[in-house]
Design a protein around this ligand. Sequence first.
Ligand code: PEP
Length: 249
Amino acid sequence: MARKKIIAGNWKMNMTPSEAVELVNTLKPLVATEESDVVFCVPAIDLIPVLEACKGSNIQVGAENMYFEEKGAFTGEISPNMLTDIGVKYVIIGHSERREYFAETDETVNKKVLKAFEHGITPIICCGETLTQREQGVTMDFIRQQVKIAFLNVTADQAKTAVIAYEPIWAIGTGKTATTAQAQEVCAGIRQCIKEIYDEATADAIRIQYGGSVNAATAPELFAQPDIDGGLVGGAALKPDFGKIVNYK
Ligand code: PEP
């Protein structure tokens, strides 16, 4: 089955609302394609102006995080129904920066994934190993654990629509990209893990991105791999280069 590529930008904590609108207006013509899904994941305060600026274009808008309750005494958090109310379609869950700086665990990732599905939001579920884990040869053991817990109680039909982002932590924001072979190997391993949890049809349908210092030069070879269905892009998503990444062919 041919999976449609999905190329998402993770803006992280960059761009004020007015800068965000300017960036969307710069990128809009550069990322106009129907061949791949294009998603801009932006800071919470930018969501509404970015949604407005993306109207009528092919760009879909995602959040970078959300909480796993609908409402209540959770100061500073944003709920899934707040996101759907304004038209957000995607949410990044379990980015390594959130795991490292904001105490996200595999268990909270799982709660958020379940909640996102409940509200019809597509989760972009991040996983990835540290340099020590890679050097010790436990990359796949670690990622299998992250994936298995993230998908606890997720149905096969839901899993088919999910996006997994494989992001080796040592390659995020460092300029070090995993080699194409390393990225393909782990993405294939993740697909195998999904097959073990569910079945072949689910493994064939789920989209798996690579993320970690992707740029216009590395994207073509990475995205041509059989198990890499696009990318989650940080730094380069804030530049016109993102247009080249989206049109990587
Ligand atoms: C990311 O933040 O998900 C990421 C992959 O960042 P960068 O492309 O800057 O390494």
